[in-house]
Design a binder for this molecule. Structure first.
Ligand code: GTP
Ligand code: MG
Length: 257
């Protein structure tokens, strides 16, 4: 999901951001503004990738299935500004449009969503600005996901700057549902037939039942014992870090000298 700002509609942006403003200046300011969000987003992605890789390496399971990120397109920022009545200033955009930088994480199990979420949020340089737990309390349409606005510092040439990143965490089943629902709304342009809405609601309930069942199976499986070594190896994807036999023998010999 690479949505770096391209094809800026500067004419419209100037109207929105700085009526009568200087084109060159607006372009520079806007690029700087967007860059900070990209850095913040990359920061959060790195934090999550570290958690994922460490898990894959140290444990015989991987709680994170996928991490993706996207920057909101300038056109969507302008569209949301007019929808929300945002004042044309960077300060107001920052305050009212909190999903300029977005990171989405999918996990197999709800317990993994919660575990990774807690680990991310408890990091020293992460400030939790807001949490919306749509897993605990699903939206009326059936949407489930754990949303958080996290503030992270990015270190720029003139010092640190706080950046807010929207993180959405969900299971594979929730993600499947959300992307299907999104496509349906896109196709019908918000005029979705009631039968489809009903079907979506039912599908959301089935997804929740599936999540619960999978979690039970997973817990049951964990009590059985170790996985065979070849499967454990498959789960570890940072193989370059795993010392081979020759290395270990040499290390041992060095100890004997
Ligand atoms: P915006 O809708 O973006 O203005 O934010 P909000 O203040 O309503 O926050 P909320 O947490 O409700 O939603 C933020 C984001 O979550 C959305 O932009 C979507 O990516 C996702 N989301 C929320 N509700 C739904 C839903 O019903 N279906 C799908 N597919 N995605 C949703
Ligand atoms: Mg919304």
């Amino acid at each position: 999901m690479d949505d770096t700002p391209r094809g800026l509609d500067l004419g419209r942006l100037i109207e929105q951001v700085e009526p009568g403003g200087d084109l060159h200046q607006v372009r520079q300011d806007f690029t700087r503004f967007m860059m900070r969000y990209r850095f913040g987003m990359d920061e959060v992605v790195t934090k999550l990738s570290i958690l994922r890789d460490e898990y894959a390496h140290l444990h015989e399971e991987n709680p994170i299935e996928n991490i993706s990120s996207r920057l909101k397109r300038p056109e969507s920022i302008v569209e949301k500004m007019s929808r929300k009545g945002t004042e044309p200033s960077f300060d107001s955009i920052e305050k009212t449009i909190t999903d300029i930088a977005g990171v989405r994480v999918t996990c197999s199990f709800v317990s993994d969503v919660r575990r990774v979420f807690d680990q991310l949020c408890s990091q020293a340089d992460v400030t939790v600005v807001d949490v919306r737990d749509y897993i605990q309390t699903p939206k009326p349409n059936g949407y489930r996901s754990l949303h958080a606005l996290l503030e992270v510092p990015v270190f720029l040439t003139d010092g640190p700057a706080p950046v807010v990143v929207e993180v959405q965490m969900r299971t594979i089943a929730m993600d499947f549902w959300a992307s299907t629902e999104h496509k349906i709304f896109y196709k019908y342009r918000d005029d979705v037939p009631p039968s489809l809405l009903e079907g979506l609601k039912e599908a959301a309930e089935s997804a929740a039942v599936l999540d619960t069942r999978m979690e039970q199976l997973h817990t049951q499986m964990r009590t059985v014992g170790q996985l065979p070594p070849e499967i454990e190896d498959e789960l570890r994807h940072s193989e370059a870090l795993v010392p081979d036999e020759t290395f270990l023998r040499r290390l041992h010999q060095m100890g004997e000298v």
